[in-house]
Design a protein around this ligand. Structure first.
Ligand code: AMP
Length: 120
């Protein structure tokens, strides 16, 4: 646990959030500033700054948490797809330095297609 880390505080229960899903090593909860309805974050219970700091042995539990969370969200928001995003380091847009995975439920023709900028 890292002092002054907002996601460590969520894991410790110091900041109350709605639990979407959890397993032994990961936890998911709604993003405070959703870019689409149901925007949710998956975080490890232990503090790792980026995905590069996470041991590969956590892979199966990470995938379990992402899949179970996404299935719940798709049912709840009647969505038929979702985007999964993970920003690493400030240059890539990482603001909270406790690794996290964004799940953003999507609907056919919701007009919110996320494009990766492609330089011509
Ligand atoms: P990133 O730019 O990938 O680091 O995204 C960090 C995300 O954390 C943003 O989408 C924020 O809205 C979200 N966030 C920051 N603090 C909280 C909080 N206390 N509860 C829920 N989401 C948060």
């Amino acid at each position: 646990m890292v002092e002054n880390c907002v996601f460590c505080k969520i894991i410790k229960g110091e900041i109350p959030v709605e639990k979407i899903y959890e397993n032994d090593s990961f936890f998911s909860f709604p993003d405070a500033n959703p870019v689409v309805e149901g925007h949710t974050l998956v975080i490890p219970k232990k503090h790792f700054k980026t995905i590069l700091d996470m041991p590969a042995t956590l892979g199966p539990e990470l995938l379990d948490c992402i899949k179970k969370t996404a299935i719940k969200l798709m049912k709840k928001y009647k969505s038929d797809g979702f985007n999964l995003a993970n920003n690493n380091f400030p240059s890539a847009g990482q603001i909270v330095h406790h690794v996290h995975f964004h799940i953003m439920p999507r609907k056919e023709k919701d007009g919110r297609i996320l494009h990766l900028d492609k330089k011509k």
